[in-house]
Design a protein around this ligand. Structure first.
Ligand code: AMP
Ligand code: ZN
Length: 114
């Protein structure tokens, strides 16, 4: 997707604070952090949102969650607790239409969400 900001981050066209990269997923720090740790984990393949997932994407998204768990450990927030968010659709606050998981942690969080 030529006009997708996360595709441009994945290709290196736009700079980011990269924290992880493999052949399937990329992770970088959110430019406007909402918590001490705020990382975005995205598939290298462009998928608009969870709504646009196809059955073939299941292993990819499973891998994305596994990488997220590893990053939480690396950031030292596994024990303290963290929150994973995948805003889906404009009504839920999705602003970048390339699937991403927010990894938020490093401080106490209010509940409920939303
Ligand atoms: P969402 O609102 O769930 O679509 O989340 C999009 C997130 O992308 C927001 O938290 C933004 O702060 C973040 N974001 C937008 N542009 C960039 C960028 N160039 N680098 C890092 N994070 C970004
Ligand atoms: Zn994209």
């Amino acid at each position: 997707m030529t006009d997708c900001i996360f595709c441009k981050i994945i290709s290196g066209e736009i700079p980011s604070t990269n924290v992880y990269r493999d052949d399937q997923v990329t992770a970088f720090r959110d430019i406007n952090p909402a918590a001490p740790t705020h990382i975005l984990i995205v598939p290298n393949k462009h998928i608009d949102s969870v709504n646009m997932m196809i059955a073939d994407d299941e292993p990819l998204i499973g891998h994305l969650f596994f990488v997220t768990k590893e990053l939480a450990a690396k950031e030292g927030i596994s024990e303290g607790g963290y929150r994973l968010i995948a805003n889906t659709g404009a009504g839920a606050g999705q602003t970048v239409f390339h699937i991403h998981l927010h990894l938020l942690g490093g401080g106490p969080m209010k509940h409920p969400m939303g």
